[in-house]
Design a protein around this ligand. Sequence first.
Ligand SMILES: Nc1ncnc2c1ncn2[C@@H]1O[C@H](COP(=O)(O)OP(=O)(O)OP(=O)(O)O)[C@@H](O)[C@H]1O
Ligand SMILES: [Mg+2]
Length: 456
Amino acid sequence: MKVEEVKSTIKTQRISAHSHVKGLGLDENGFAIAQAAGLVGQEQAREAAGIVVDMIRSKKMAGRAVLLAGPPGTGKTAIALAIAQELGNKVPFCPMVGSEVYSSEIKKTEVLMENFRRAIGLRVRETKEIYEGEVCELSPVETEHPVGGQGKSVSHVVIGLRTAKGTKQLKLDPNIYEALQKERVEVGDVIYIEALSGAIKRQGRSDAFATEFDLEAEEYVPLPKGDVHKKKEVVQDVTLHDLDAANAKPQGGQDVLSMMGQLLRSKKTEITDKLRKEVNKIVDKYIDQGIAELVPGVLFIDEVHMLDIETFTYLHKALESAIAPIVIFATNRGRCLIRGTDDIYSPHGIPLDLLDRLLIIRTVPYDRPDMEQILKLRAKTEGLEIDDNALTALGAVGTKATLRYAVQLLTPAHLTAKGNKRTNITVADVEEVSFLFLDAKQSAKILSENSAKFMQ
Ligand SMILES: Nc1ncnc2c1ncn2[C@@H]1O[C@H](COP(=O)(O)OP(=O)(O)OP(=O)(O)O)[C@@H](O)[C@H]1O
Ligand SMILES: [Mg+2]
């Protein structure tokens, strides 16, 4: 028996610039509340995004695509992340930036396909034979090292599991002992062991111990009812990429899906098209048998104008396939050259036939009051104090440049305030930092006026 914890392959992403965004902030009828869930204004786009969320939830969106289009700093990325929040963590959401496909190591289409499969979930219900209970005994049994080595090694481990109905003693392999140690299982924890794979799940601390002094946040669970040895329905949410990855590794996979592990036991080391096809076949089979259910999630491709004609073509085709996620694009480009071509110009740099099948959500520049509200929210999230008139000044900077630039000035402004032995940001701080740091437009202007002074 081999126990290998399969790590989730969900991509972690830095979203600190959007940490104040908690959702779309809509009321029960789907109308945008002026300021809610960390979002301000941009009502139409938020309401449209709300409809997209509804369509995703009712599974009417698979294989379709949405484009968030609007000038820089108008909340496209923020709204896409709000969609993810609304969908909750049971629906896969895979964010990426268009330029990620240009890795020197991996083929462009390979990057896309991997992210595609990260965005497609599978909810699997398996009835598993398990041993479950509160650990009431945990004793490793040691033997002298057999081949003249030093020290002792664990030959097996005896574990006692207790439920409301009775107690059972199990004799387990040493590698399960390692797994128990890795999970930090102690007497008093409620765990279950899968009979087939030997995989261990620690469910929490038995609530008989709930009064013990504990510094760490601990989850307490009741003493399991019924027999120690029983059949239990286990629901697992995985993505197709999790399955690909688990089955590509020589060992492992058992924990993600024991049945997959059995079927694809051959030693593979990387994810190939062939492996994906095999995984698909098995997934189809389990869907037919009613064991698994497909949960199409969201693939979010920010700065989509960075993709080129080859990846667009591939994407278009992938959208047509039977298993496809919902794709959300975002771009701040107007009409521009499609990458990878010499002379094909098109709106947002997206080929027309793909553009044709998109639902487009427009974001518009913020007015001064909205901008000030957003800046206020950001200052609060970052724990910064700012004077009202400094906020007005920063709002003015934002309207001239972009909201993003204004948001970015908050931290340096706080630092100059600190340099002047103040805790609050004043107008003087805003003026100083907007003088010290250029926004993109100012910088571009200087470049064109002084082109002779730069290396060409
Ligand atoms: N309506 C809003 N409510 C609250 N915060 C917002 C709103 N719109 C944007 N923001 C915040 O303002 C900053 C800039 O917005 P965002 O990055 O979403 O713009 P964008 O449209 O994606 O710009 P770009 O085209 O440059 O990528 C972010 O910190 C974002 O969280
Ligand atoms: Mg963006």
